[in-house]
Design a protein around this ligand. Sequence first.
Ligand code: SF4
Length: 369
Amino acid sequence: MVLLDVKNLKTYFETKLGSVKAVDDVSFQLKKGEVLGLAGESGCGKTTTCLSLMRMIEFPGRILSGKINYEYTNSIIKSYDGAYDRYLFDKVKPARENKKESTIFEEAFVDNILFKRGIKDRSNNLLDLTEAEMRRIRGKHIAMIFQGAMNALNPVHRVGNQIKEAITIHDPDIENRDAWDKVLNILETVGIDSSRARDYPHQLSGGMKQRALIAMALVNNPQIVIADEPVTALDVIVQAQVLKATKELQKQFDLSMIMITHDLSVIAEVCETLAIMYAGKMVEYGKLRDVYKEPLHPYTDALINAFPSITGPKTELFDIGGRPPDLRNPPTGCRFHPRCPKVMPICSKEEPRITKIREGYVICHLYQD
Ligand code: SF4
């Protein structure tokens, strides 16, 4: 079953120096229980793509067009029961002195009332939801493990309290004891002794902090988890432990995951599907075994060749050469053409279209009729 169907997503950042086309016409699907790896050089649009899915793009960025169809959007809206209204209303009262916070909650409150009055049949597109509705999806249905375990936790709050907050924000009526039971359970599930719930983040090791973030993402039983470079800041031994734990949890909860990384070995370890991004475009997408064994796009080929082989003969590392383009003014035609070893005259003139191939697609003139 397809849980998430992203179609022609465009996210641009409007700056004084021009429009940065960070995510440009990206399409892909995520099935139930599938792990999708999203790879590419830094700045290619991996994180922006995923922040767009969560609708967490901040000014001056904005989602220009496209669709993010999430299977359960309709049923979430239809099961609306007013609990969130009551919760927001309670929040508005004590927040009145704080103008900014008060405005946010009051707007959300009004959003909900408008929704209750008029809108009956919505599409599954997350981009059609109000901000208040979207807040019900973030963390509860689609959760994110943020980059940099060292900085993602609040240093002045106990780890257990931070995980508990993730529960109560979606279930304000939950009994304190029940919420704590959930916190302690999820900590044990991710391999942290529940007695550490009272620790502050600085009392945990790097691997434990990363596990605590995973616990926070999983505690509400989301359908989809987006992991943004979950093991980048960790040493290789802890990386292996966290990846093993992530794989086990994914199987245990039958999670759909999007794993953002520039490390192809991480993808080979945990993913079934692979998407390669270059300069805001998803240039190749398909089953991991196909893309890894027989890459079609010259950039995918170069990226795989640039990765050292542990078992093969010692050879000089392959260098892709050149630099990723400035996304305010990307090259005409194929954005990879200034660096492509297989460039043809048409490549700088015409933008290649999607060619459906195997169980995915590639965007390259080499495969167009
Ligand atoms: Fe290379 Fe041309 Fe394909 Fe772009 S379209 S990757 S430049 S061959």
